[in-house]
Design a protein around this ligand. Structure first.
Ligand code: ME8
Length: 518
């Protein structure tokens, strides 16, 4: 493990995290939200660890799919993407996504980075002309070969018709990087995670030939970045969209190297090939560093199908947020759906976890302890003797949490924090502070309530990347200064609770749902 040990001073290290940029062809749904919430949780965790985080998200606004959506809505593509970008930004703001930058591929700073990278790749001699003939799936915005199709359809977009395309195109000679890519995968086995995705991509690249080429221009698509020396073409949407990760660093201006390379690209399972094979090859061709890691989360499914534009209409983000609030939704999706595998959304599981883990678990723990400190100790948090068995158990949970979160296993991280919630609720029953107060055992009472206050501060810090607003309420109720999100790892290891004045707080997780399960 790396990072600070208790008592050592830490120099902030840079941590650049990105998510996929979403297509502007419809409203945001839970699949998009899950990715942004998870990446946000990682970003907030890295800040807790003391890293200097740079977190980018954005919109993929070019390509046929977006142009078609605008056309179907009878709108000019620019007006359409402006409206969609506003809808996504509003959703991310409501969901408390703490990004530093929101990039749109129609912005001049992106076009500038695309042109420069393209120029470097071309200078390297990796672009050639040819004729493309083959299948194209507008849903994936990707070229397909016969063996990618099932019953003549793209398995990811079975409702879309696959088009046969034949046109003059510019090609990127990706096969020339086959060996370098395989060497990268071998020497950096955690470059692609989780492991099944590593194996999948390794095998794909292994099967490439040295003269493998990817078509990187489109001649009959008007909506895109013009091909630099031939305005009868636009740059293929994937070839330019990937470059957003450089655009947000200020590339090609001096200083972009302080941010690049990305520490992790967080993406969904359908687009790993683009990120782990095509993108590093493009960077190698331009003589730039490759990202440090590509992390694929799984699919969020509901009723046996994955969330998509159409399924998202049945279960909207609005309904999901309204049911139990933003923080409950963030916690639920990250706890329920493993960050390294597919998972299911059901209203039943949402309600069950909400009640048992948030209302009866964390919420109840906080309100009982605050009430007892108020009633028995005039509201002042005691330091108390220690460490108690609860502190020792807390140390174990923190170690487990850190190991899991460092490995991006967010669901396991949450589990460690909640092991401590359960243990603390058990500790209250064992110690029965009400009896200690009645019998005038003040040293034992102070030891118990001091340990519980420390424990709540620790759970709150561990839970903060998952639930930034609710944990802030608890932080303030414990009389702790500043904002929970600016607290550091040292406070997690040794919470400064003693001597603070608690404040009463309204029920954190009211049992009555605020919105319908539909
Ligand atoms: O792929 N569960 O955009 P996109 C989990 N523009 N993740 C999901 C999901 C679900 N049900 N549905 C979508 C694109 N996603 C490109 C990316 S990056 C340079 C360009 C994820 O709007 C999906 O896997 O189709 C992807 O990571 C992200 O949402 C955006 O999907």
């Amino acid at each position: 493990m790396t990072g600070p040990r208790a008592g050592t001073k830490k120099v902030a290290s840079k941590y650049f995290i990105t998510t996929a940029i979403d297509y502007s062809n419809g409203e945001p749904h839970l699949g998009h939200a899950y990715e942004k919430i998870g990446a946000d949780c990682v970003a907030r965790y890295r800040r807790l660890r003391g890293d200097d985080v740079y977190f980018s998200i954005g919109m993929d606004e070019h390509g046929q799919k977006v142009a078609q959506a605008a056309d179907e809505a009878g709108q000019d593509p620019q007006a359409w993407v402006d409206r969609i970008a506003a809808a996504f930004e509003a959703a991310w703001e409501e969901l408390a996504i703490s990004h530093d930058v929101f990039i749109r591929t129609t912005e001049p700073r992106h076009e500038r980075a695309v042109k420069e990278l393209f120029h470097r790749i071309q200078q390297g001699g990796y672009i050639s002309e040819g004729v493309y003939s083959g299948y194209y799936c507008v849903g994936c915005e990707a070229f397909k070969v016969e063996k990618d199709l099932v019953d003549g359809k793209c398995p990811t977009h079975p409702t879309r018709e696959i088009k046969w395309v034949e046109e003059p195109n510019y090609f990127f000679e990706v096969g020339r990087f086959r060996q370098k890519l395989l060497d990268l995968y071998r020497t950096q086995p955690d470059f692609i995670q989780p492991k099944p995705k590593y194996n999948e991509i390794y095998n794909v690249v292994d099967e490439w030939t040295e003269d493998q080429k990817i078509s990187v221009s489109r001649s009959r698509v008007p909506w895109g970045i013009p091909w630099p020396d031939d305005d009868t073409h636009v740059v293929y949407v994937w070839f330019e969209a990937l470059i957003n990760y450089l655009s947000v660093t200020g590339f090609p201006d001096a200083g972009y190297e302080t941010t690049w390379p990305a520490d992790v690209h967080v993406i969904g399972p359908d687009i790993v090939r683009f990120h782990a094979a095509m993108w590093p090859a493009m960077l190698m061709a331009a003589d730039l560093e490759v990202p440090r890691r590509v992390w694929s989360h799984g699919w969020v499914n509901t009723g046996g199908a994955r969330f998509s534009k159409s399924a998202g209409v049945a279960v909207t983000l609005r309904n999901l947020i309204d049911r139990h609030g933003v923080d409950a939704l963030r916690y639920f999706v990250l706890r329920e759906i493993p960050w390294n595998a597919d998972g299911n959304f059901t209203w039943e599981r949402f309600d069950t976890r909400y009640t048992s883990e948030l209302a009866d678990g964390y919420g109840n723990l906080v309100s009982r302890v605050v009430a007892m400190i108020t009633r028995y100790l005039g509201g002042t948090v005691p330091q108390g003797a220690g460490p108690t068995p609860l502190d020792t158990f807390g140390d174990e949970c923190i170690a487990g949490y850190r190991e899991a979160m460092d490995a991006h296993l967010l669901h396991v991280g949450a589990e460690h924090a909640w092991r401590l919630v359960d243990r603390a609720n058990g500790f209250i029953e064992e110690r029965a502070p009400w009896s200690l107060a009645k019998q005038g055992q003040s040293a034992e009472l102070e030891e118990t309530l001091g340990a519980l206050a420390r424990c709540i501060a620790r759970v709150t810090l561990m839970a903060a990347p998952f639930m930034p607003a609710k944990t802030q309420e608890v932080w303030a109720a414990l009389g702790l200064p500043g904002r929970v999100e600016t607290a550091g790892w040292e406070e997690l290891e040794r919470p400064p609770t003693g001597g603070r004045q608690v404040e009463k707080l309204p029920p954190l997780f009211p049992k009555e749902p605020k919105g319908p399960a539909s």
